[in-house]
Every structure is written in structure tokens, then in C-alpha cells.
Write a new protein. Structure first.
Ligand SMILES: CC(C)(COP(=O)(O)OP(=O)(O)OC[C@H]1O[C@@H](n2cnc3c(N)ncnc32)[C@H](O)[C@@H]1OP(=O)(O)O)[C@@H](O)C(=O)NCCC(=O)NCCS
Length: 194
């Protein structure tokens, strides 16, 4: 997705578009945006781990007028190992980081970023998508559950601050969505699966 190919949007009086990560020159602004909002500290090596291998799974919301970055999502995708079984595991997408600056929240930007990355993961063959969210993060849990993610397991003391996480999972097999879609998930995936 080139910068000009991203979906256009409007949040309040801010017109914006989504771009895909292109080069390390964008890294300082992306790190500043994410580090300001997430409870977990990430080193530059963590960012480089994601961005050098899966640049196509980092999408950024950019203010059309100022060029400022105000939202970002970073993911990866890998084949999940099947322990003890001689078959290939499922291709799993993973959302590592998601943030929207406070003044732009609750206007659909976060959901837009998640949908954009999910579409890219599905296009590239992901069969399931996972992430962890703090059990107290009501906003993020609501956002993901509206998109069809389900709670898989609770991970005790998952974060450095000692709090638990929910592992959330979205199954993107055709059967799953045809049989039991939420309203939003159906709208999101209908063009891909029906
Ligand atoms: C989570 C986050 C990315 C959501 O971004 P956003 O742009 O506000 O998301 P959206 O506007 O698309 O909201 C989607 C839904 O979630 C709800 N939601 C978002 N934030 C919420 C909050 N703090 N409390 C309750 N609901 C919230 C919205 O109301 C909306 O539901 P609705 O359509 O029924 O109203 C943003 O709050 C954020 O950056 N938080 C800090 C970082 C973080 O927690 N990241 C997630 C880590 S797993």
C-alpha cells in the first residue's frame, strides 16, 4: 500500500489517510506515538524485529493537513508450530501494538487500523489472528470483540506491571465466519468470504 493508496477517512474535523510503513526514517515518530500510550516499554530492537520482517503489517494514520502520525498498528505473521505432529501449523497473524492519540479516540480510527491490518493478514494467508490485551483495558477489549475476536485464555501476570492479559483470537476460516459471524465481523469479511 503506497501512501496515496490508503483509505481516506475523517475523524471529527481531521481528514486522514492510512499509510504502510516504508522506512526507518518513520521509526522515531512511530516509537514516540506508541511509547506515549502503551503501558509496556518496547526497545528499538523490538520495533525493528517487527518492522524489518513485516513492514506491510505496520499501518499508520496520518493527518492530511499536518502530516502528523496519530494512530499506529504493528503486527507480524508466522506459521504456528504444531508440537509433536507432522503437519504444517496454521498461519497465524499477531497484532503486537495498537495506539491512537487521546484527542482522536472513539471516532473509529482504532477499528480502521485493525481492519486494515486484518485484511492484509488475510490477503497473505493468515488463518487466525491473535493478540493480548490487559484484562482492565475495556476499550481495547470492546473494540476487538466487536470485530469478532473471542477470549481464548487468561495469561496470569503477563505484563511487566504484574497484570493479567486476555489472549484474543479471531478465526478467519470461511466456515467460522459463515456460521457464527458477529454483525461487524460479517460486514468486515463479507467481501472476502461470501
Ligand atoms: C484502544 C484504542 C486503540 C481504541 O482506539 P479508538 O480510535 O478510540 O477506537 P474506535 O474509535 O475504533 O473504537 C471502537 C470501539 O471501542 C470503543 N472504545 C474505544 N475506546 C474505549 C474506551 N476507552 N472505553 C470504552 N470503549 C471504548 C468505542 O466506543 C467503540 O465502540 P462503539 O462503536 O460501540 O462506540 C485507544 O483507546 C488507545 O490507543 N488506547 C491506548 C493504547 C491501547 O490500549 N492499545 C490496545 C492495546 S491491546
Amino acid at each position: 500500500m503506497a501512501a496515496s493508496d490508503g483509505p481516506d477517512g475523517q475523524t471529527g474535523d481531521t481528514a486522514f489517510h492510512l499509510i504502510q510503513y516504508e522506512s526507518e526514517r518513520q521509526l522515531p515518530e512511530i516509537m514516540a506515538l506508541i511509547d506515549a500510550e502503551l503501558s509496556e516499554p518496547y526497545s528499538i530492537f523490538t520495533y525493528r524485529y517487527f518492522l524489518s520482517q513485516w513492514p506491510f503489517l505496520c499501518h499508520v494514520a496520518v493527518d492530511d493537513a499536518t502530516g502528523e502520525y496519530f494512530g499506529c498498528i504493528i503486527g507480524k505473521m508466522e506459521r504456528h508450530p504444531c508440537k509433536g505432529i507432522e503437519v504444517e501449523g496454521r498461519m497465524r497473524g499477531y497484532i503486537g501494538m495498537l495506539t491512537v492519540t487521546k484527542q482522536h479516540r472513539k471516532k473509529g480510527v482504532g477499528s480502521g487500523l485493525v481492519k486494515s491490518v486484518i485484511r492484509e493478514m488475510i490477503r497473505r494467508g493468515c488463518q487466525e489472528i491473535c493478540l493480548e490485551a490487559e484484562v482492565t483495558n475495556a476499550g481495547a477489549l470492546k473494540l476487538y470483540e466487536r470485530l469478532g475476536f473471542i477470549r481464548d485464555k487468561r495469561l496470569r501476570r503477563y505484563y511487566l506491571n504484574g497484570s493479567d492479559a486476555h489472549r484474543l483470537k479471531l478465526l478467519v476460516d470461511r466456515q467460522t465466519h459463515v456460521d457464527s459471524p458477529t454483525a461487524d465481523a460479517k460486514a468486515l469479511f463479507s467481501n472476502l468470504y461470501l
